[in-house]
Design a protein around this ligand. Structure first.
Ligand SMILES: Nc1c(NC[C@H](O)[C@H](O)[C@H](O)CO)[nH]c(=O)[nH]c1=O
Ligand SMILES: CC(=O)[C@@H](O)COP(=O)(O)O
Length: 160
Protein backbone atom coordinates (compact mmCIF):
# COMPACT_ATOMS: atom_id res chain seq x y z
CA UNK A 1 0.00 0.00 0.00
CA UNK A 2 1.41 3.40 -0.89
CA UNK A 3 1.59 6.24 1.62
CA UNK A 4 -1.06 7.95 -0.52
CA UNK A 5 -3.56 5.36 0.74
CA UNK A 6 -2.44 5.22 4.39
CA UNK A 7 -2.19 8.25 6.62
CA UNK A 8 1.17 8.07 8.38
CA UNK A 9 -0.20 9.63 11.57
CA UNK A 10 -2.99 7.13 12.15
CA UNK A 11 -2.64 4.74 15.06
CA UNK A 12 -4.95 2.97 17.47
CA UNK A 13 -3.63 3.71 20.95
CA UNK A 14 -5.37 0.68 22.42
CA UNK A 15 -3.08 -1.58 20.36
CA UNK A 16 0.18 0.20 21.28
CA UNK A 17 2.19 -0.90 24.37
CA UNK A 18 2.49 1.73 27.09
CA UNK A 19 5.77 3.63 26.67
CA UNK A 20 6.01 4.60 30.36
CA UNK A 21 9.52 3.76 31.64
CA UNK A 22 10.88 3.23 28.10
CA UNK A 23 13.85 5.36 27.04
CA UNK A 24 14.24 6.67 23.51
CA UNK A 25 17.00 8.29 21.51
CA UNK A 26 16.05 10.51 18.59
CA UNK A 27 18.87 11.39 16.20
CA UNK A 28 17.91 14.25 13.88
CA UNK A 29 19.65 15.26 10.64
CA UNK A 30 19.93 19.02 10.05
CA UNK A 31 19.70 18.76 6.24
CA UNK A 32 16.26 19.98 5.05
CA UNK A 33 15.67 21.19 8.57
CA UNK A 34 12.07 22.33 8.14
CA UNK A 35 11.19 18.75 7.15
CA UNK A 36 13.21 16.97 9.85
CA UNK A 37 11.81 19.29 12.53
CA UNK A 38 8.30 18.33 11.39
CA UNK A 39 9.23 14.66 11.65
CA UNK A 40 10.77 15.21 15.09
CA UNK A 41 7.62 16.97 16.34
CA UNK A 42 5.46 14.10 15.09
CA UNK A 43 7.67 11.51 16.76
CA UNK A 44 7.90 13.39 20.06
CA UNK A 45 4.15 14.01 20.22
CA UNK A 46 3.35 10.33 19.60
CA UNK A 47 5.88 9.07 22.18
CA UNK A 48 4.43 11.40 24.82
CA UNK A 49 0.88 10.50 23.81
CA UNK A 50 1.72 6.80 24.33
CA UNK A 51 3.02 7.37 27.85
CA UNK A 52 6.73 8.15 27.45
CA UNK A 53 8.21 10.76 29.81
CA UNK A 54 9.97 13.80 28.35
CA UNK A 55 13.02 13.12 30.53
CA UNK A 56 13.32 9.67 28.93
CA UNK A 57 13.61 11.09 25.41
CA UNK A 58 17.11 12.14 24.38
CA UNK A 59 17.66 14.18 21.19
CA UNK A 60 20.94 14.43 19.32
CA UNK A 61 21.52 16.38 16.09
CA UNK A 62 23.81 15.36 13.23
CA UNK A 63 24.68 17.37 10.07
CA UNK A 64 23.13 15.12 7.39
CA UNK A 65 21.39 11.80 6.86
CA UNK A 66 24.69 10.09 6.12
CA UNK A 67 25.82 10.98 9.67
CA UNK A 68 22.73 9.32 11.19
CA UNK A 69 24.60 6.02 11.12
CA UNK A 70 27.41 7.17 13.37
CA UNK A 71 25.08 9.26 15.51
CA UNK A 72 22.84 6.25 16.16
CA UNK A 73 25.81 4.01 16.85
CA UNK A 74 27.18 6.49 19.36
CA UNK A 75 23.88 7.00 21.16
CA UNK A 76 23.36 3.21 21.41
CA UNK A 77 26.82 2.60 22.81
CA UNK A 78 26.95 5.54 25.24
CA UNK A 79 23.39 5.87 26.57
CA UNK A 80 20.85 3.59 28.26
CA UNK A 81 18.03 3.49 25.71
CA UNK A 82 15.43 1.01 24.51
CA UNK A 83 15.03 2.22 20.91
CA UNK A 84 16.43 4.88 18.58
CA UNK A 85 14.65 6.83 15.87
CA UNK A 86 16.85 8.08 13.02
CA UNK A 87 15.27 11.13 11.39
CA UNK A 88 16.37 12.47 8.03
CA UNK A 89 15.13 13.97 4.79
CA UNK A 90 16.90 13.36 1.50
CA UNK A 91 15.55 15.22 -1.52
CA UNK A 92 16.67 14.34 -5.05
CA UNK A 93 18.97 16.88 -6.71
CA UNK A 94 20.56 17.00 -10.14
CA UNK A 95 23.20 14.31 -9.65
CA UNK A 96 23.38 10.74 -8.43
CA UNK A 97 24.42 11.96 -4.96
CA UNK A 98 20.84 11.28 -3.80
CA UNK A 99 21.20 7.57 -4.54
CA UNK A 100 24.48 7.27 -2.64
CA UNK A 101 23.17 9.10 0.44
CA UNK A 102 19.91 7.13 0.51
CA UNK A 103 21.57 3.78 -0.07
CA UNK A 104 24.36 4.29 2.48
CA UNK A 105 21.96 5.60 5.10
CA UNK A 106 19.51 2.73 4.71
CA UNK A 107 22.25 0.10 4.63
CA UNK A 108 24.05 1.66 7.58
CA UNK A 109 20.92 1.72 9.70
CA UNK A 110 20.15 -1.85 8.67
CA UNK A 111 23.66 -2.84 9.78
CA UNK A 112 23.14 -1.22 13.19
CA UNK A 113 19.97 -3.28 13.63
CA UNK A 114 21.98 -6.43 13.00
CA UNK A 115 24.92 -5.43 15.16
CA UNK A 116 23.23 -4.07 18.29
CA UNK A 117 20.37 -5.19 20.52
CA UNK A 118 18.78 -1.72 20.47
CA UNK A 119 16.40 -1.31 17.51
CA UNK A 120 17.00 1.64 15.18
CA UNK A 121 13.91 2.91 13.38
CA UNK A 122 14.29 4.25 9.83
CA UNK A 123 12.54 7.62 9.70
CA UNK A 124 14.34 8.94 6.64
CA UNK A 125 12.26 10.46 3.85
CA UNK A 126 13.72 9.80 0.40
CA UNK A 127 11.72 12.08 -1.86
CA UNK A 128 11.84 13.24 -5.45
CA UNK A 129 10.83 16.78 -4.53
CA UNK A 130 10.12 19.09 -1.60
CA UNK A 131 6.35 18.75 -1.90
CA UNK A 132 6.54 15.00 -1.28
CA UNK A 133 8.56 15.72 1.86
CA UNK A 134 6.09 18.35 3.08
CA UNK A 135 3.21 15.93 2.50
CA UNK A 136 4.90 13.29 4.71
CA UNK A 137 6.20 15.43 7.57
CA UNK A 138 2.90 16.76 8.87
CA UNK A 139 1.13 17.44 5.56
CA UNK A 140 -1.62 15.75 3.60
CA UNK A 141 -0.22 12.23 4.10
CA UNK A 142 0.36 12.70 7.82
CA UNK A 143 3.70 12.45 9.57
CA UNK A 144 6.24 9.68 9.16
CA UNK A 145 7.69 10.75 12.53
CA UNK A 146 4.48 9.55 14.15
CA UNK A 147 4.71 6.22 12.35
CA UNK A 148 8.35 5.90 13.44
CA UNK A 149 7.49 6.56 17.09
CA UNK A 150 4.88 3.81 17.09
CA UNK A 151 7.39 1.44 15.48
CA UNK A 152 9.97 2.42 18.13
CA UNK A 153 7.60 1.59 21.00
CA UNK A 154 6.63 -1.74 19.48
CA UNK A 155 10.26 -2.68 18.83
CA UNK A 156 11.42 -1.52 22.27
CA UNK A 157 9.16 -4.10 23.94
CA UNK A 158 9.57 -6.87 21.38
CA UNK A 159 10.16 -10.18 23.14
CA UNK A 160 9.88 -8.63 26.63
N1 LIG B 1 21.69 16.28 0.03
C1 LIG B 1 21.30 15.80 1.25
C2 LIG B 1 22.24 15.41 2.20
N2 LIG B 1 23.55 15.46 1.94
C3 LIG B 1 24.55 15.53 2.96
C4 LIG B 1 25.00 14.17 3.46
O1 LIG B 1 24.00 13.53 4.23
C5 LIG B 1 26.21 14.32 4.36
O2 LIG B 1 25.91 15.18 5.43
C6 LIG B 1 27.43 14.88 3.65
O3 LIG B 1 27.74 14.11 2.48
C7 LIG B 1 28.67 14.86 4.58
O4 LIG B 1 29.02 13.53 4.94
N3 LIG B 1 21.82 14.96 3.42
C8 LIG B 1 20.49 14.89 3.71
O5 LIG B 1 20.11 14.46 4.82
N4 LIG B 1 19.56 15.28 2.80
C9 LIG B 1 19.93 15.73 1.56
O6 LIG B 1 19.03 16.06 0.75
C1 LIG C 1 20.22 14.39 -2.06
C2 LIG C 1 21.31 15.10 -2.65
O1 LIG C 1 22.39 14.63 -2.55
C3 LIG C 1 21.05 16.31 -3.40
O2 LIG C 1 20.23 17.19 -2.72
C4 LIG C 1 22.30 16.95 -3.88
O3 LIG C 1 21.97 17.70 -5.00
P1 LIG C 1 22.80 17.67 -6.34
O4 LIG C 1 22.73 16.27 -6.86
O5 LIG C 1 22.05 18.64 -7.22
O6 LIG C 1 24.20 18.09 -6.02
Amino acid sequence: MATENKNLSTYDKTTIPNAKNLRFGIVVSEWNESITEGLYSGALKALLDCGASAHNILRWNVPGSFELIHGCKKIITSQEIDAVIAIGSVIRGETSHFDYVCSATAQGIKDLNLQYEVPVIFCVLTDDNLQQSIDRSGGKHGNKGTEAAIAAIKMAVLGK
